[in-house]
Write a protein that binds this ligand. Structure first.
Ligand SMILES: [Zn+2]
Length: 76
């Protein structure tokens, strides 16, 4: 199981509905209101270095890659 999204396991479990039900009951991560796990990059799913200003919701790595496409300009 990957840490990025626990729902990725559903791909295998869709053929076994009872096992899937039990898996969700015991392995569903808690819905967080505060803390680092409450914010997640929309593009790659990282938790660290989150940029939420201007409603971006990206990590710094994804921001660097997509900044010019979004419309940011580098002045230095
Ligand atoms: Zn990212």
């Amino acid at each position: 199981m990957t840490a990025s999204d626990f729902k990725k396991v559903f791909k295998q479990l869709n053929s076994k509905p009872v096992v899937k039900q039990k898996f969700v009951k015991h392995n569903k991560p808690k819905a967080r209101k505060i803390g680092i796990a409450s914010k997640k990059c929309e593009r790659c799913g990282r938790f660290g270095a989150h940029i939420s200003s201007y409603g971006l919701n990206l990590c710094r790595q994804c921001f660097r890659e997509t900044a010019e496409e979004i419309g940011f300009k580098k002045y230095s």
